[in-house]
Design a protein around this ligand. Structure first.
Ligand code: FUL
Length: 443
């Protein structure tokens, strides 16, 4: 099982932004009921250039916007509903947030993605066949009017009750069959063949299984995909992936920089610290996943100052840590060239261990290892060793999967050699990169 070209390109993005911004921003809610007046949507200083500048400076590669959340309000003037920006006071009803974001992403060299909630608590037809047509019409607008999209995000959440055009009732759908996903997926492939599709079940990338920012210690990019569907109750059993999974469906770790996905002034003092964000980074990007970090844009229509400060703190930490690979001059060049196309194959003749001796001992506290995933994910378990300045070996870590990238932290110490040993593998192992770093200490 190997990734497609679009999955490989996506994996290389590593870190990008989610923006949750909509009617909820103005009602102080996380889930709108669907009966909110479009007139409530009125950001005073909306500036997507600021979002893009912040994301770019933070080292993120793209922005995924909640084009429509569960309450059904559309951030673009959809031809298929009145429940959109066109009936809001923002830009006198002439605004199109998707268009503004597209221009900003282009100006700052960022990719753009869209979230379109399948659950729509506003729409009268939700629960019937007619709604599926509506959903696909909206999706087609997004796929055809806003340039290239790198990701389309299908949420599995569905709480049941809603406004539904005034019906005010509970509507339950069979999540396995109602949305007829294969035909919706076909639309994305038709109009945006390079975009990856996210949901609990993929088809291209999957949910990591929690919203805390932490991937599983064991994270297979392979999944028994046909046993999974979006919003399924026992998703937990599948979220780590499966060693012998039938499809390549790597994880994406979504988490908000604040407790909520949407902006609440009451959470201005609850923005995650740089140390917390760094821990999330290590446990998402460093656990064979990509990090989708949410920025709850505020009522002005801006990323809040505190959030900006934390993002820049994380960027400094990332830059300071990864500036140099301390193995650079001592390891086989194919392991330190940042190119997965050159790799070391571990075979019976070569043993299951890669050892790198350093000419001059260095202080380090972080080890990074990458499999050449274009050939598959094969390591099932490994051990990592370091030797001190007297050459004394010590095992610092026993782990399971590696995949695209695995980061291992340990107490800072002077190191004269490192060794990575594969304990079990499901197939031939190809190591693309190895790196050693000294991450600055954070409080
Ligand atoms: C969840 C939603 O219910 C939340 O509101 C948020 O959009 C999150 C990213 O996904 O399923």
């Amino acid at each position: 099982m190997v990734p497609s070209a679009r999955q490989l390109n996506w994996q290389d993005l590593e870190y990008y932004a989610f923006v949750h911004f909509s009617i909820n921003t103005f009602t102080d809610k996380e889930w709108g009921f669907g009966d909110e007046s479009p007139e409530l949507f009125n950001p005073s200083e909306l500036d997507t250039d600021q979002w893009a500048r912040v994301a770019k400076e933070a080292g993120m590669k793209g922005i995924i916007i909640t084009a429509k959340h569960h309450d059904g309000f559309a951030l673009w003037p959809s031809a298929y509903t009145e429940h959109s920006v066109k009936n809001s006071p923002w830009r006198d009803g002439n605004g199109d947030l998707l268009k503004e974001l597209r221009a900003s992403c282009d100006a700052y060299g960022l990719k753009m993605g869209v979230y379109l909630s399948p659950w729509d608590r506003n729409h009268p037809d939700y629960g019937t066949e007619a709604y599926i047509t509506y959903y696909r019409n909206q999706l087609t607008e997004l796929l055809t009017q806003y340039g290239p999209l790198f990701e389309v995000w299908f949420d599995g959440a569905n709480g049941g009750d809603g406004y539904y055009g005034g019906a005010n009732e509970e509507r339950k759908v069979d999540k396995l069959t109602y949305y007829d996903w294969p035909n919706t997926h076909a639309l994305v492939r038709k109009y945006q063949p390079d975009a990856v599709m996210f949901s609990d079940a993929g088809p291209d990338i999957r949910w990591v299984g929690n919203e805390k920012g932490y991937a599983n210690q064991t994270t297979w990019s392979t999944l028994y995909r046909d046993s999974v569907y979006a919003g399924m109750p026992d998703f937990d059993r599948f979220s780590a992936g499966q060693r012998d999974g039938t499809h390549w469906v790597p994880t994406e770790t979504d988490v908000s920089i604040r407790p909520g996905w949407f902006y609440h002034a009451s959470e201005d003092d609850k923005v995650k610290t740089v140390a917390h964000l760094w821990d999330i980074y290590l446990n998402s990007v460093g656990l064979n996943s990509n990090l989708l970090l949410n920025l709850p844009v505020d009522r002005r229509g801006l990323v809040h100052e505190t959030d900006v400060e934390r993002l820049m703190g994380l960027k400094s930490q990332i830059d300071a840590t990864f500036a140099n690979n301390l193995l650079d001059s001592d390891a086989d060049q194919s392991l330190t060239d940042n190119n997965r196309e050159t790799y070391l194959e571990l075979s019976a003749s070569r043993s299951n261990r890669i050892e790198v001796r350093l000419e001059n001992p260095v202080e380090a506290n972080l080890f990074v290892i990458q499999e050449a995933i274009q050939l598959g994910q094969h390591i099932e378990s490994f051990s990592f060793f370091i030797a001190d300045t007297s050459g004394q070996w010590q095992k610092v870590y026993d782990g399971t999967t590696v995949g695209n990238k695995r980061m291992i932290t340990f107490t800072p110490q002077e190191i004269s050699a490192v060794a990575f040993e594969v304990v079990n593998a499901r197939d031939k192992v190809h190591i693309a990169e190895m790196a050693l770093h000294r991450a600055p200490d954070l409080d």
